[in-house]
Design a protein around this ligand. Structure first.
Ligand SMILES: [Zn+2]
Length: 150
């Protein structure tokens, strides 16, 4: 269902913009279960002084807390940027069913770039991956953020 995909990624893009407005690297994520948004968040590494407070980890933590379960089997995760190694591992451990991401990240990504975490024999659960969802818009938000900082 492309329209649902766009709607959920739209929420992730809003979270990315809000993160940028707070001075955080503008990446946003949404966790969906049975067509319902369970959690949405942007990066919070600066606000929380926590290098692991990436948007993906934030929504996994929040959703697991809300649902009262460690694993999020059947959940779909939408994120504006290709997940890094840390987040790819968290996505795998959480048993996320599908991963939808926006822009590729050749410098820090770990799904289609870098270590390609889900393709390794040490990875015991890999989600179905859909890339390039609103990728141009997601990349533009990041580009503008870093251009303003120069
Ligand atoms: Zn990450």
């Amino acid at each position: 269902m492309p329209s649902m995909t766009n709607r959920f990624m739209g929420i992730a893009l809003e979270e990315a913009r809000a993160a940028g407005a707070r001075g955080e690297v503008p990446v946003g994520a949404v966790l969906v279960m049975d067509g319902t948004v369970i959690a949405s968040a942007g990066n919070r590494t600066r606000a929380e002084n926590d290098v692991t407070a990436h948007a993906e980890v934030a929504v996994i933590r929040e959703a697991a807390g809300k649902l009262g379960q460690e694993r999020l089997t059947g959940a779909d995760l939408y994120v504006t940027l290709e997940p890094c190694t840390l987040c790819a591992a968290a996505i795998s451990f959480a048993r996320i069913r599908r991963l939808y991401y926006g822009a590729e990240d050749p410098k820090g990504g770990a799904v289609d770039n870098g270590v390609r975490f889900f393709a390794q024999p040490t990875c015991h659960h890999a989600p179905d991956v859909y890339s390039g969802i609103s990728g141009v818009e997601a990349a533009e938000i990041l580009k503008e953020f870093f251009a303003e900082r120069r």
